[in-house]
Design a binder for this molecule. Structure first.
Ligand code: ARG
Length: 553
C-alpha cells in the first residue's frame, strides 16, 4: 500500500463518481504541517462542483487512520498528513525483509539493449569517454536492478578510412619491435605519423593508404588479419579500463559487424521510396520533420554512420526482440539519432528507441579538446584518482585496493551526481571532498554505519523498528522511498535521481545520528536497526550506481 493509493481510496469512497483518479501525496513544504500533503481537493473542485475545503474535509474523514495518525484540512483546501509511527515501523519491517530492497521486478521477462561507451578502436580512451561509459553503465545497472534482461552492447567504432592510414603506418612507420609488441599507444602514434604523411603534397602516401583500405574492404587476408589484431588489442585495452570502472559488456559488436547488411538496408530504403538520389549520393529527405537530409550512401558508394546504425537496429530487433534500445552518447549526436530514429520508424522498426544525450565535461574549468592536445588519458585520470585517494586513506591503514575503490568511485560519482543533460566540470577538490555531495562522502557514511554496528556487537543487537523522534521518522520515510527513486531514475534515464536520493538519505542519517545517541540510549536496539537498514539501502543504491562500498575506511 502506498501513501498515494491510501489517499486515492479515501477520494474514491467519498466521491464514487471519480473513476480512474489517482491522488498525489507530496512531501510537506514545512515539517510543522505534517509529513506529507495532498492538494488534489483544489484541483478537483471544478469537476466536483464543490468547495475545496469541503472536499478535503470529506476525504479527511474517510482516510485510513492506521496509516495517517493526523489529517488536517488547511488553507484553501490542502490536506496535511502525518504518518502513524506504527505504520512506518511495519513498512520498515517489510522493506527490510523484501527481496531486492523492495525494488519491484517490473522488468522481469522484458528485454532491453543498452548501447554505451562505444569508443573508436586503435585510440586510447580519454577523459571524454567517462560520461558515456559511466552513465551508460549506471543505466544498465538500474534496469538490471528492476529485473530487466539487459544486453549491454559496445558499438565500437571499428571500421572506416582510418584503417587504411593505420595499416600503411603499421607497415612503414613502425619498427619491427613496435610491430611485435603492438599496443594501443603505438597504434595511436602510428596513426598520427601516417596521417601526417598522407597530407604530403605528392599524394603518394595518401594513395597507398587508400589502396590498403580498399584491400581491407575487399577482404584481403593479410589486411583483415592486421585489422583484427588492431581491434583485439583495442578491446583488451578498453577492458583494462572497464575492469577498473566495474563495467562489463555482453557483446562488442562494432560497426564492422553490420557491413554486410548495409547494401540490403539501402536497397530496401530505395524500394520503399524513402531514399532518393541527390548529387550522386542516396539521401532520405527529412526536411518535412525539420531534420534536414540524411545521407545513407555517399557519392563514392560508401556507407556511413547512419547506414550502419540502421543495419544495427534491424539486427538487434531480429536477434533480441527488445522492447527498448537505449543509446548513450554526447549531445552533439542529437541530430544523428533524431534522423536515424525517424528513418528506422519509417522502415517499420516498432521498438522504442531512446537517445540519452549527455553534456560535455570540462576538466578543472578548462574545455577538453582533441585539437588543443589537452586530452587526459582515462588511465592517467584513474591512476591519479587512486593516488590522491591513497593520500587520504593511508594514515588510516588504507591500502591500494581501498584507494582504488575510493578514487574510482569519486570519479564515477562526480559524473553520476549530475543530470546527464547538463555540462559538468570535473575538479579533484569536489570529486574527492569528504563533505558534500561526493562519492567519498557516501562511502564514508556507509563505513561509519558498519563500524557502529560492529561496535554494537553486530546486527543481531538490532531490535524491532520503533521510530519516534522527528529525525528518525524523516530518515525512515526517506528509506521507504528507495524503490521509487530507483524506478524514477531508470524511467528518466537519469542516474542522478538515485544519486540525489542517496545523498539526501545520508544527510538525514547524519541528522538522526547527531540528534539521537544510539549505543547509550534505551532505544538502542531500535535505532541500531534503523541504522542497519540505512546501511543496507545505501550500499544497494551505490551498487546500482556501480560504486563500491568498503566496510572499513
Ligand atoms: N563510436 C561512436 C562515437 O565514438 C559512438 C557510437 C554510439 N552508438 C551508436 N549506435 N551510434 O562517437
Amino acid at each position: 500500500m502506498t501513501l498515494d493509493s491510501i489517499v486515492t481510496d479515501a477520494f474514491a469512497s467519498s466521491f464514487p463518481g471519480l473513476e480512474g483518479f489517482a491522488a498525489k501525496v507530496v512531501p510537506a513544504t514545512d515539517p510543522k504541517f505534517g509529513d506529507y500533503q495532498c492538494n488534489d481537493a483544489l484541483k478537483l473542485a471544478k469537476q466536483l462542483h464543490s468547495n475545496p475545503r469541503e472536499i478535503a474535509a470529506k476525504v479527511a474523514a474517510a482516510i485510513d487512520r492506521t496509516c495517517f495518525s493526523k489529517v488536517e484540512v488547511a488553507g484553501p483546501g490542502f490536506l496535511n498528513l502525518t504518518v502513524a509511527d506504527p505504520w512506518i515501523d511495519a513498512r520498515l519491517e517489510e522493506l527490510d525483509a523484501a527481496d531486492f530492497c523492495g525494488i519491484p521486478q517490473t522488468g522481469a521477462g522484458r528485454k532491453i539493449v543498452i548501447d554505451y561507451s562505444s569508443p573508436n578502436a586503435a585510440k586510447q580512451m580519454h577523459i571524454g569517454h567517462i560520461r558515456s561509459t559511466v552513465i551508460g553503465n549506471a543505466i544498465d545497472r538500474l534496469f538490471r536492478a528492476l529485473g530487466y534482461d539487459v544486453v549491454a552492447d559496445n558499438h565500437l567504432g571499428d571500421w572506416g578510412t582510418q584503417f587504411g592510414i593505420l595499416i600503411k603506418g603499421y607497415r612503414d612507420c613502425l619498427t619491427a619491435e613496435e610491430r611485435e609488441n603492438l599496443t594501443v599507444a603505438t597504434l595511436e602514434k602510428c596513426y598520427v605519423l601516417s596521417a601526417a604523411k598522407a597530407k604530403e603534397e605528392d599524394g603518394a602516401w595518401k594513395d597507398a593508404c587508400r589502396r590498403e583500405l580498399v584491400k581491407l574492404q575487399q577482404g584481403d587476408a593479410e589486411n583483415l588479419a592486421l585489422w583484427k589484431r588492431f581491434i583485439d588489442i583495442s578491446i583488451a585495452e578498453f577492458e583494462r579500463m572497464y575492469a577498473k570502472l566495474g563495467v562489463k559488456f555482453d557483446t562488442y559488436r562494432g560497426e564492422s559487424y553490420y557491413n554486410a547488411m548495409m547494401p540490403g538496408v539501402v536497397s530496401r530504403l530505395v524500394d520503399a521510396g524513402l531514399a532518393k538520389e541527390s548529387e550522386g549520393a542516396l539521401v532520405v529527405d527529412l526536411t518535412g520533420e525539420n531534420l534536414g537530409v540524411a545521407i545513407v550512401r555517399k557519392s563514392d558508394g560508401g556507407y556511413n554512420y547512419t547506414t550502419s546504425d540502421l543495419a544495427c537496429v534491424e539486427s538487434r530487433v531480429a536477434e533480441y526482440a527488445p522492447e527498448r534500445i537505449v543509446y548513450v552518447t554526447d549531445d552533439r549526436q542529437q541530430l544523428h539519432f533524431a534522423q536515424f530514429f525517424s528513418i528506422a520508424a519509417k522502415m517499420g522498426v516498432k521498438t522504442t528507441l531512446v537517445h540519452v544525450p549527455f553534456g560535455l565535461m570540462s576538466f578543472q574549468g578548462k574545455a577538453i579538446s582533441t585539437r588543443e592536445g589537452n586530452l587526459i588519458r582515462l588511465d592517467d585520470l584513474l591512476e591519479e584518482a587512486k593516488r590522491r585517494a591513497y593520500d587520504i586513506v593511508k594514515d588510516r591503514g588504507g591500502d591500494e585496493r581501498l584507494a582504488a575503490q575510493i578514487g574510482y568511485g569519486a570519479v564515477k560519482y562526480t559524473d553520476l551526481s549530475h543530470d546527464p543533460a547538463t555540462a559538468i566540470d570535473f575538479s579533484w577538490d569536489k570529486a574527492l571532498a569528504l563533505e558534500g555531495n561526493s562519492g567519498p562522502y557516501l562511502q564514508y557514511a556507509y563505513a561509519r554505519v558498519c563500524s557502529l554496528l560492529e561496535k554494537a556487537g553486530g546486527e543481531s543487537e538490532a531490535g524491532a523498528f520503533a521510530v519516534a523522534l522527528p529525525s528518525e521518522r524523516r530518515l525512515a520515510l526517506q528509506l521507504l522511498e528507495f524503490a521509487g527513486a530507483v524506478r524514477r531514475a531508470a524511467e528518466a534515464y537519469k542516474p542522478s535521481i538515485l544519486a540525489d536520493y542517496l545523498f539526501q538519505t545520508a544527510q538525514l542519517y547524519s541528522t538522526f545520528y547527531q540528534a539521537s545517541p544510539i549505543l547509550k540510549s534505551v532505544e538502542r536496539a531500535a535505532r541500531l536497526r534503523l541504522a542497519a537498514l540505512f546501511g543496507k539501502i545505501l550500499s544497494m543504491g551505490l551498487g546500482i550506481l556501480g560504486i563500491e562500498t568498503p566496510r572499513h575506511i
